[in-house]
Design a binder for this molecule. Structure first.
Ligand code: KE4
Length: 426
């Protein structure tokens, strides 16, 4: 019997490139038919055949309190009946800004935007405008959204500037971006010694989640903080994924390092489109309408989105929220690892707070190069075995997974049982 997902996917591909509005959803790296989701609740969502899955995508991070949480839904409903968007300031935006500043110590002023891409792009422009410098440093394997300057891969040598990873990005844009190795502090020091006074900023995922999960070593981030201070470069932590996911104060609270700017997204909107960037007022004052760095947005600080975000941020401040989320995620990762060992599969796993990574490699990868050696064919087989067992993992060997506060012991145990059977198939 043809699945409704197949019917919808065939139809979607006629009106939208690849049938999706974001590439990772198309299942291109794992093969098969994407599931078209009709509804979600708690740790579950349902596809077009009304089949229920345990969801470990969580909208790539936002659904940290569980899907369709009654408090969040009510906040959205209450806001919506008062109008959807005004193009004028609201008190909710002040409450959101004040709460973000309270929860993230390095942020003293913040600007709300509508996507992580927009937030990272704006933070880059602010760093360039504030320093008067053009060059930026990012790291291979880190993703900061699809702004032109960030769709750049490593050049051949240490100081060869980047080449575009995407068609449509002019060489002239890529040449200002230097792509270095994640978790390689010495390379960073050497680069700054050479051209530190040309560097506007360093942007990094302090806990990387876009090459699968790869946490930075403390030394890597400490070195980064030191050289940015020494050479007057802006240190930007992209915590779109790790913010309010790995800890209430984000990765910067775990590593106890204060970046100059922080980029946030995902969790702060609870699933509706909001992101943010913020830091010290000395930097933020460069932004229009005060300063010369232009940045704007029709739906920035949207009242309905802010209502969802405030309701979500209220829930995650509950005492023990992260203790419990971390415990559940650790149980999941431990269960996966034990099941793989019992089946004699070369497998490892890692987690930080409520995000996890699974690797078809005997040891946890500690670098991009090691990560690229993971067995993606085995992952793809495992992915589909789990999907057939109604467990929906991220449809790529190079994405992280996300646990919500609603992933109870029963849900985790059911997932581990499915993994035990799936490993046996490998
Ligand atoms: P958006 O523009 O997709 O809201 O955010 C871009 C972004 C920026 N920084 C980090 C650290 C991110 O993880 C992201 C987006 N993450 C991906 C997950 N790999 C979103 C999923 C997708 O592209 O559909």
């Amino acid at each position: 019997m043809t699945s409704n997902n197949d019917i919808l996917f065939a139809r979607a591909q006629k009106s939208t490139p690849g049938g999706v509005n974001s590439p990772v959803r198309a299942f291109r790296s794992v093969g098969g038919t994407p599931r078209f989701i009709t509804r979600a609740e708690g740790p579950y969502f349902w596809d077009a055949d009304d089949r229920r899955y345990i969801d470990y995508i969580g909208s790539w991070g936002p659904a940290i309190v569980g899907h369709a949480h009654p408090d969040v839904v009510k906040a959205v409903q209450d806001a919506a009946v008062r109008g959807l968007s005004f193009g004028a300031p609201t008190e909710g935006e002040i409450q959101m800004a004040e709460l973000i500043c309270q929860l993230v110590p390095s942020i003293e002023q913040v600007r709300l935007v509508s996507s992580g891409t927009e937030a990272a792009m704006s933070a880059l422009r602010l760093a360039r405008g504030a320093t008067g410098r053009d060059k930026i440093i990012k790291f291979e394997g880190c993703y900061h959204g699809h702004a032109d300057s960030l769709l750049v891969k490593a050049g051949s040598g240490l100081l060869t500037f980047g080449n575009p990873t995407s068609a449509g990005v002019p060489e002239d844009f890529a040449k200002h971006t230097l792509v270095l190795d994640y978790n390689n502090p010495q390379q960073l020091v050497d680069t700054f010694k050479e051209i530190g006074d040309q560097i506007a900023c360093v942007i990094v995922e302090p806990v990387a989640g876009n090459m699968n999960l790869l946490p930075a070593t403390p030394e890597f981030l400490q070195t980064m903080r030191r050289v940015c201070t020494q050479y007057g470069a802006v240190l930007i932590f992209d915590e779109v994924m790790s913010g309010f996911r790995v800890a209430l104060g984000g990765a910067q609270s775990i590593y106890d390092i204060q970046p100059d700017l922080t980029v946030l997204g995902k969790v702060i909107g609870g699933g509706l489109p909001v992101a943010a960037f913020g830091g010290h007022p000395d930097l933020m004052q460069h932004l229009a309408p005060l300063g010369g760095v232009y940045q704007a947005g029709t739906l920035s600080g949207n009242p309905v989105t802010v209502a969802a975000g405030l309701a979500t941020l209220k829930l995650i401040q509950a005492p023990g929220f992260y203790t419990s989320l971390t415990a559940q995620t650790t149980k999941l990762v431990t269960g996966f690892t034990e099941a793989a060992r019992a089946a004699n599969i070369a497998f490892s796993a890692n987690s930080v707070g409520g995000m996890f990574g699974i690797y078809f490699a005997a040891e946890k990868p500690l670098s991009y190069t090691e990560m690229m050696k993971c067995d993606t064919a085995k992952f793809n087989t495992f992915f589909h075995a789990m999907l057939d067992a109604d467990v929906y993992l991220a449809p790529s060997a190079f994405e992280a997974g996300f646990v919500s506060a609603q992933h109870s012991d029963d849900v985790i145990n059911a997932t581990i049982a499915a993994a035990t059977a799936a490993f046996a198939k490998l």
